[in-house]
Design a binder for this molecule. Structure first.
Ligand code: GDP
Length: 507
């Protein structure tokens, strides 16, 4: 069975045009309607109001976490990766739940730091990537310079599928290699399709470049793309809704359907025979008086039916899923069924954790949802010393949710929190205060990063006895080396070749 699901995310640096492109993709799928256009059928209307009740009662806003839309028989699940300057593990983990990604690049800027970071995460799991060079309606960098930069900086084969006929003021359209036609802008900016011109008279210089682009770079190879070794490159303008149709058609045509997911040494394919999935994100209530949460499950196999009982690996006993939520951009409907590749929102009271496997038989565990080495480490300073217990509970909770990582040093009573982005620290302080009534401040810590330690028990003991001042336990009690600098890490790695110092930890 080939699935018609395409579950993907957009990776980009802020301002490259992710939001604009998302909106245009949803428009193409008919998921966004103009006001007054929505005439839901009776059932749909009821489903929708059910959902809105949940959203109101629980005060959980899941807006744009997952956007599902359909186009020409294909169901697209677009997972949002938060677009802040700083990002959290949430962003990283979302990428473990997709089968492919669109990398949006600003034609004037090329590969920017955040694009690169997110790309590295995709590479960890060999997530295939389609590149969309955006903003060709403005003056951009030369095409070959952009292509070479992608190839060099990301160590990836690039295979251009299009060539912009001029950029900025000179922009005339985009030549589509597959058809040989030039897509030219037509009509108002909200038009879905540009006009295709078969016998476009290319300026000589462009014609030469087009030839170069086709012979100078690898041809598209489906297998290489799906292995994450080659990226096809498309050009367009999200703002002018240009090249977006070609992009979405490419996703439908070449992006992989739901992939098998690793569970130890097994690979669980969509036809595995039972319903299974894993939690990649937990979103807590915005209203501090409620402890409700929505856990986001990426379904890996089987056909889920509403009311079904699944066993969370962290709990061991089944829970009935009565109010699962599917995320249509317009109507967040209560789902009746879902397939592999779909995302289901499961309301719960904190029983479901990031990294949990859900399955019917409780015989498999999905692996590979990593914790990443924090890049910012801070000491938590409690303003009211009688609140130690509440603080510990709060830090454990929030680290379960993936908001922060927490480290309990072997020496000293102060807790250390680690994050990958500054923003998480603000979220931490405000949630400690609002939800746990714990007033705390953050102060500098002597540590710069952390590494999870693994190895022979005797060697670990030995290492521990010499380095106690630089060791901590994470919330699962696993041993972590707290490093004062990258140099510190290298030094210990060289000194202790039998131990593994890992920058990620897989649950
Ligand atoms: P995000 O931060 O990646 O989500 O970027 P946005 O979608 O918010 O876009 C950032 C800015 O770039 C906004 O002012 C957009 O209007 C603009 N923008 C997005 N796409 C295009 C495009 O194709 N051409 C031009 N000229 N501007 C664009």
């Amino acid at each position: 069975m080939t699935s018609n699901r395409r579950t993907f995310a957009i990776i980009s640096h802020p301002d490259a045009g992710k939001t604009t492109l998302t909106e245009k993709l949803l428009l193409q799928g008919g998921a966004i309607h103009l006001a007054g256009e929505v005439k839901a059928r009776g059932d749909q209307r009821r489903a929708r109001s059910d959902w809105m009740k949940i959203e109101q009662q629980r005060g959980i806003s899941v807006t744009s976490s997952v956007m599902t839309f359909e186009r020409e028989g294909v169901t697209f699940n677009l997972l949002d990766t938060p677009g802040h300057e700083d990002f959290s593990e949430d962003t990283y983990r979302t990428l473990t739940a997709v089968d492919s990604a669109i990398m949006v690049i600003d034609a004037a800027k090329g590969i920017e730091p955040q694009t690169r970071k997110l790309f590295e995460v995709c590479r960890l799991r060999s997530v295939p990537i389609i590149t969309f060079v955006n903003k060709v309606d403005r003056e951009g960098r030369p095409v070959f310079e952009l292509l070479d930069e992608i190839a060099d900086m990301l160590a990836l084969d690039v295979s251009p599928q299009m060539y912009p006929v001029g950029m900025g003021g000179e922009f005339q359209g985009i030549l589509d290699f597959a058809s040989g036609e030039v897509v030219v802008p037509e009509g108002p900016s909200r038009e879905f399709k540009g006009k295709r011109v078969a016998d476009f008279d290319l300026p000589e210089e462009i014609a030469e470049n087009v030839e170069l682009a086709q012979i100078g770079y690898p041809e598209f190879d489906l297998e290489a793309y799906r292995n994450g070794d080659l990226t096809p490159v498309y050009f367009g303008s999200a703002l002018k809704n240009f090249g977006v149709t070609e992009l979405i058609e490419a996703i439908a045509r070449i992006a992989p359907p739901p992939r098998a997911q690793p569970a130890g040494d097994k690979q669980i394919a969509p036809d595995h025979g039972e319903v299974s999935g894993f939690i990649f994100k937990v979103q807590a209530n915005m209203d501090p008086n409620h402890r409700d949460r929505i856990a986001f499950m990426r379904q890996v196999s089987g056909t889920f039916k509403r009311g079904m009982k699944l066993i969370p690996s962290g709990l061991g006993k089944p829970i009935a899923i009565h109010s699962p939520i599917l995320f249509f951009a317009q109507d967040r409907e209560i789902a009746d069924t879902a397939e592999a590749g779909d995302i289901i929102g499961i309301p719960n009271h904190g029983t479901l954790r990031v990294g949990d496997t859900l399955s019917e038989k409780n015989q498999l565990r999905f692996t590979g949802l990593p914790n990443f080495a924090p890049e910012i480490l801070r000491r938590v300073q409690l303003k009211d010393p009688t609140k130690t217990k509440q603080l510990r509970k709060a830090l454990d909770d929030l680290s379960e949710e993936g908001v922060i990582q927490v480290f309990y040093p072997e020496i000293g009573a102060q807790h250390i929190v680690g994050v990958v982005g500054q923003l998480q620290l603000d979220v931490l302080i405000s949630r400690l205060s609002a939800e746990y009534k714990v007033e705390a401040a953050l102060e500098a810590s002597p540590f710069a990063t952390a590494r999870w330690l693994k190895g022979d028990a005797k060697l670990l003991d030995e290492f521990e006895s010499f380095n106690r001042a630089n060791l901590a336990r994470d919330r699962d009690g696993d041993l972590v080396f707290m490093a004062k600098s990258p140099w510190d890490v290298n030094y210990q790695v060289e000194k202790n070749p039998e131990l593994s110092f890992s920058a990620t930890k897989e649950r």
